[in-house]
Design a binder for this molecule. Structure first.
Ligand SMILES: C[S@@+](CC[C@H](N)C(=O)[O-])C[C@H]1O[C@@H](n2cnc3c(N)ncnc32)[C@H](O)[C@@H]1O
Length: 233
């Protein structure tokens, strides 16, 4: 039978979902430790970039336990956290019963065309098996004139930081994950998937090819994370 504990870079959907089911209980705490406390600042930057408020309907795709959705709810927006890991959704429901957590696959979203004022995805697009399909689905469900904000690990722009960071990912992260995570193998996948992910201009080009307009990005923490934004024409 063989229990799946980590995904590979081919990102088979069942393996990705099973891996997140497995880490759900300790996911948020592990994040805080491994990001050296930066995760909260990154989430604030996403909320500012989306700029949603009362009356806005926001899709938070790949929302996991719903932590990335909280800033939108706190700003008074109606947020729909959506994810395909039942384990992450169950943990989210336990912690945030007030959130409208919804099951759905990023490549076949269970929403009508032109539904949302803004769509956003934090640390999840990298895990979707077909990036282009997810970018097209996000566009489909966004209202004309609406906005996308993608928050994802990216490529540090300053060479010394890039070198130190790559060492951290490959050498320090797996032993730290061993101590704090319920599934340290999942964090080997994390390091590999970050190294394999397109850099800032390449992701911007993928967004444009999917039909997003006025695409731009902003680096956070020297480019360890990048926020990409675009609009539906
Ligand atoms: C690293 S977590 C990020 C969770 C949350 N957005 C955050 O910032 O903490 C990535 C999430 O993406 C979800 N995911 C990956 N592929 C997906 C897909 N094809 N459809 C929906 N969710 C997906 C996983 O289940 C997981 O919960």
């Amino acid at each position: 039978m063989g229990c799946v504990t980590r995904a590979n870079l081919d990102k088979q959907p069942q393996e990705v979902a099973a891996m997140f089911d497995d880490v759900a209980a300790k996911y948020d705490r592990t994040n805080d430790v491994l990001s050296l406390g930066q995760a909260r600042a990154w989430r604030r930057a996403v909320a500012e970039a989306v700029g949603a408020g009362p009356g806005d309907l926001v899709l938070d795709l790949g929302a996991g336990t719903g932590t990335s959705s909280l800033p939108f709810a706190e700003a008074g927006a109606n947020v729909v956290p959506c994810d395909f890991s039942i384990g992450m959704l169950a943990e989210g429901k336990r912690r945030h019963p007030e959130l409208a957590l919804t099951a759905g696959d990023a490549t076949r979203l269970p929403f009508a065309d032109d539904s949302f004022d803004a769509v956003t995805i934090s640390f999840a697009l990298r895990n979707v098996h077909r990036t282009e399909a997810a970018l097209a689905e996000l566009l489909r469900v966004t209202k004309p004139g609406g906005k996308v904000v993608i928050c994802e690990f990216s490529t540090p722009t300053w060479t010394p930081l890039r070198t130190v960071y790559t060492e951290y990912l490959m050498r320090a992260l797996p032993p730290v994950a061993n101590k704090v995570s319920s599934n340290p193998d999942a964090y080997v996948y994390l390091a590999e998937s970050i190294r394999d992910w397109p850099d800032q201009p390449t992701l911007a080009a993928l967004m444009q090819q999917a039909g997003w307009q006025r695409v731009a990005w902003r680096n956070l923490t020297g480019g360890i994370v990048a926020l990409h934004r675009g609009f539906k024409g």
